[in-house]
Design a protein around this ligand. Structure first.
Ligand code: ADP
Length: 163
């Protein structure tokens, strides 16, 4: 019997938004198991703690039976190896995403040759969304309902003390 195909979808998810959720949803049809990896990015100061981000993602995917959520403060390839994930999935919005992703994919390939990086193109209706834009608009108290699920909008308002 063939080994189950496990995909790791890594990111900082600070916070998770509809673009991330679309990539995770599409992975359900492509892989037997999907693990969302909540990473600590040493280069970024995050708004939500790793624990908060993990709980928010868990709540957002709780009805998706083949999706699980893990947190890690290590490297993506190390996590992939620990999980037995053969594939790392990343979403691509603009060319600038590819410029950022390509060196990481090559570096990961060198460190862990058995793990493949697969890119999924963002759907046009979500391609404008980034966690940074969500945080920036939320900080002004703007409506972010077109970018995140209601529970995330509520968590942002609580965190930022906005109405
Ligand atoms: P962001 O870029 O929103 O801060 P992350 O750093 O957490 O998000 O990225 C996690 C993964 O999700 C990356 O592969 C990123 O390219 C992808 N991604 C982010 N935003 C979108 C989007 N709007 N549509 C599709 N994929 C996305």
């Amino acid at each position: 019997m063939a080994r189950p195909l496990v995909a790791l979808v890594p990111g900082s998810f600070d916070p998770i938004h509809n673009g991330h959720l679309d990539i995770i949803a599409r992975c359900q049809d492509l892989f037997d198991r999907v693990v969302v990896g909540i990473l600590t990015n040493v280069a970024k100061q995050s708004l939500f703690s790793t624990e908060e981000r993990t709980m928010m993602v868990q709540a957002a995917v709780e009805d998706w039976p083949t999706v699980e959520v893990v947190k890690s403060d290590g490297l993506v390839v190390t996590l992939a190896a620990q999980l037995g994930a053969g594939v790392i999935v990343r979403g691509l919005r603009l060319g600038s995403d590819f410029d950022y992703e390509q060196p990481m994919a090559i570096s990961n390939q060198i460190m862990q040759p058995t793990v493949e990086t697969v890119f999924l193109a963002a759907r046009p209706q979500y391609a404008f969304i980034s966690a940074g834009l969500v945080r920036e608009l939320a900080a002004y108290g703007a409506n972010i309902a077109h970018m995140v699920p209601p529970a995330i909008a509520a968590a942002m308002a609580r965190k930022l003390g906005t109405p």
